[in-house]
Design a protein around this ligand. Sequence first.
Ligand SMILES: [Zn+2]
Length: 341
Amino acid sequence: MYPESESHSPLLYKSYKQLILLGICLILMLSTGKATAAASGSTIDSVKPTTKPLKVLTSIKPLQLMVASLTAGTRTDIQVLLPPTASPHHYAMKPSDRVAVSDADLILWVGPGLEGFLSKVLGSKPDSNVMALLPKSIEADHDHDHDHDHDHDHDHDHDHDHDHDQALDPHVWLDPNQVRAALIRINDLLSELNPGEAALYKANLNRTLKALDTRLVTLKERLITAQKSARSKGFIVFHPAYDRWIRYFNLNQLGVVSIHPGQAPGAKHLAQLHQWIHSGKVTCVMIEPQYDAKRVQSMIREKAVPVVSVDPLGQSITVDGDGFLNFYETLAKGFEGCLTP
Ligand SMILES: [Zn+2]
């Protein structure tokens, strides 16, 4: 018996050991299960960061189109703040806009020189979640002028002269070189905020830059041809939005209808406009869907100068991977049509 029991006791000891181990395993499995359930119940974000789409908010449509060219195939939600008929030069934020700003993971705007209405509210967002295409502006250096913009016309004039200074011209999305640089910066930010899809962003960036370069060569050829056929004639635009575009494509802009968008042109400026139209040098006048140009239209109709609507904000363009290229294509067509009516 003894030897037998002795021979049994190590077996019994082994099975006890197995039981204890099994018990420990069970306890461990149950406890980790509980921990996982607790974690997923309370902070789902920290457990699965990639299940939620990255929320990007842009101030204006062209910036939304730029982001969309980098996010095809990724789970990125791109919203735009301004409604289609609004101009960023004089927009007042709604309470829902503030909610959209606080909900966004990344906010893209031009800067205080264009969307001044965003300056304050963006101050509460971490720097890593905000990107300005043109961080500096004359308003940022002269806050006192900015405060009085709406009360005193002369202050407004002062600001605007500087606004359309070459380097500070806030219409950066109409400058192909600035767009190229911005796309690279946007890609970096998207990849930082959503590293899981960085390879897709990068592939989209490479495809977009290549397509943009190819398209720009074609657009340049076409616009040079259009300007050549217009000879020394040129066009008038509604407000000074296209200075960067015009420099890039070497186009002949003779003047603007409204130096300060949103304000009716003054008597002196209207007289100047009349003189331009009488000169026979104007191929066409461009108006914009964001501004009511009735007065200009009635003035121009008598003189039989064509009026075309060209949208510097691309509001009718579909938001997809090719949206920005389509926006530039539509703009170029508008200028071609205006130079060779
Ligand atoms: Zn503008």
